[in-house]
Design a protein around this ligand. Structure first.
Ligand SMILES: [Ca+2]
Ligand SMILES: [Ca+2]
Length: 150
């Protein structure tokens, strides 16, 4: 860390009306750059990628990162290798057209042993389940609407 680099962390609990809520807003000042972080620590829509979750997407016993390239709308799988360091696995595109969606989570929603993505269509407010098939590539499963008014 350079001598000119300063990090300030500010945590705020509660909302403006004084109600107690779980969650924290973290502000980090790092080398003159202000970055807002959400309660999970992920960058709040300022980076090139948006997190869609961490899960063992391809069922190889290693956790993976799923993220959207915000410029292209492509969804990428970054396979992990359970090492403390950079993964040596090659990223794989697993989807496209994901701009306009807000990720709600990645989990095995339907209990078929394959990780799935849940996301809201920001235009319609509909909530969609995108079933995975544990492959490093596009899933051949059909998306299913699981809610509206979100
Ligand atoms: Ca994996
Ligand atoms: Ca599933």
């Amino acid at each position: 860390m350079k001598a000119s680099t300063r990090t300030t962390v500010l945590r705020c609990l509660g909302n403006r009306r004084g109600q107690r809520r779980l969650g924290a807003l973290t502000t980090v000042l790092f080398a003159g750059t202000l970055q807002l972080l959400n309660p999970t620590g992920a960058a709040a829509a300022t980076g090139a990628y948006s997190s869609f979750g961490v899960a063992d997407w391809d069922r190889d016993q290693h956790q993976d990162i799923i993220a959207r390239n915000n410029a292209t709308g492509d969804l990428w799988l970054y396979p992990g290798n359970s090492q403390r360091g950079y993964s040596n696995q090659t990223p794989v595109k697993i989807g496209n057209g994901w701009n306009g969606y807000t990720p709600f989570g990645t989990t095995d929603w339907d209990h078929d042993q394959h990780q799935d993505i849940i996301a809201r269509n920001d235009t319609t407010g509909d909530l969609w389940l995108y079933p995975g098939n544990s492959q490093r590539g596009y899933s051949n499963q059909t998306p299913v609407k699981i809610g509206n008014g979100w």
